[in-house]
Design a protein around this ligand. Structure first.
Ligand code: 1HN
Length: 360
């Protein structure tokens, strides 16, 4: 009679399984990729659809405690059913009807909103109330009380971006409702702009604000003027005329985990392609153009929102006669802070990709 000895390697493997241990040699390639393979997919949401859905939600869905905001998230089809635009960024279109209040609360996720149409609405952050006007950027740093409201009959609509996926991944979410729907306004109108709005000068008795920008809002008129000025003298080969919104005290990004850009693509411009680690969410703010992502052409017009995943090769095109403007949010400050930022130009004679398809 032959006794079959159990294979000792199989036995060892079984012991590991029972003890919740896993050998590296079976899955090295899975946990240590030779290059990024993001789940996040390049994707685009059309403004006509975003607007119609948000408008309908404005008719049907009240703003109530618990939900707190009438915000509709971009749910990237590569995010496994989660309402995430990318692996680190949550992005949405938010709708506020005339006379409504989106109640005060605070959370550790950091947030920005970029105003598509303000129409008599305001946002109060830590007692500082600002009017929301088209093209303004408004900051909600971590754990700051904030509520939004409308003093007019008109609806307001904007883009929200928060670092919710990152915050959840890090097991660091906290949230607290404010006892009142609207917090008290304690600062003079536009106080942060009056104190810090001339970036090279700061109140002498205050220390610089290092982690986050002290400005609550970046007004469109300033952004537009800076873009026009820059366009007269310089442009970047990959992004054309592009400005980063900065913390005036450090020159760094407005938040620790993400940064915001406003970009002007001059008529006729076709940028060189490149790729880098970190993911981005874009809003086509004005005009029309296209972004080629991994060989697929994503044509956009004003109000469309789209996503560029980490390490996806991309270039921008404005083949029209008018300037095109893109607002965008990037998680690059996070990648740079933890020493994981890498970039490289696309390797082709003209620096462009071969277009193999069109997003539809
Ligand atoms: C939030 O506070 C806002 O203040 C937008 O407008 C979206 C998503 C999740 C949690 C809080 C806002 C949000 C949010």
């Amino acid at each position: 009679m032959t006794v079959i000895e159990p294979d000792p390697v199989v036995q060892l493997r079984e012991q590991m399984r029972e003890r919740h241990l896993t050998p590296l040699w079976e899955l090295e390639g899975e946990i240590m990729g030779v290059r990024p393979h993001p789940g996040t997919r390049p994707w685009l949401w059309r403004w006509s659809q975003l607007y119609a859905i948000a408008e309908r939600a404005g008719e049907l869905v009240p703003i109530e405690r618990g939900g707190d905001r009438r915000a509709i998230a971009l749910s990237n089809p590569g995010q496994g059913g989660m309402p995430y635009a990318t692996s680190t960024l949550w992005a949405a279109v938010q709708w506020l009807n005339g006379r409504e209040v989106a109640p005060a609360h605070r959370h550790t996720s950091q947030a920005i909103r970029f105003i598509i149409d303000g129409a008599g609405s305001y946002s109060t952050v830590e007692g500082d109330r600002v009017q929301l006007e088209r093209g303004d950027l408004v900051l909600t740093p971590p754990w700051t009380w904030h509520d939004h409201g409308s003093d007019s009959e008109e609806r307001a609509v904007w883009m929200d971006v928060l670092d919710i996926p990152l915050n959840n991944y890090l097991d660091a979410p906290f949230f607290e409702p404010h006892p009142d729907d609207s917090q008290k306004v304690t600062a003079a109108p536009n106080a942060s702009v009056l104190k810090y709005g001339v970036g090279q000068l700061r109140p002498a008795w205050e220390p610089p604000s290092l982690g986050r920008s002290p400005l609550q809002t970046y007004k469109w008129s300033d952004t537009r003027r800076a873009l026009d000025n820059l366009a007269k003298v310089a442009a970047d080969p990959f992004d054309d005329v592009v400005l980063e919104y900065t913390n005036p005290h450090t020159g760094g990004p407005v938040m620790a985990t993400f940064t915001c850009w406003m970009q002007l693509l001059r008529p006729g411009v076709h940028t060189r392609a490149h790729r880098h680690t970190g993911s981005s969410v874009y809003l086509a703010y004005e005009g029309r153009g296209a972004t080629v992502i991994e060989g697929v052409r994503f044509s956009w017009t004003a109000g469309d929102m789209f996503v560029i995943p980490s390490w996806a090769t991309h270039e921008h095109v404005n083949d029209g006669a008018d300037p095109a403007l893109l607002f965008s949010v990037h998680d690059t400050p996070l990648l740079k802070a933890v020493d994981k930022y890498r970039s490289e130009p696309h390797d082709s004679p003209d620096g462009r990709q071969r277009v193999t398809g069109e997003f539809s």
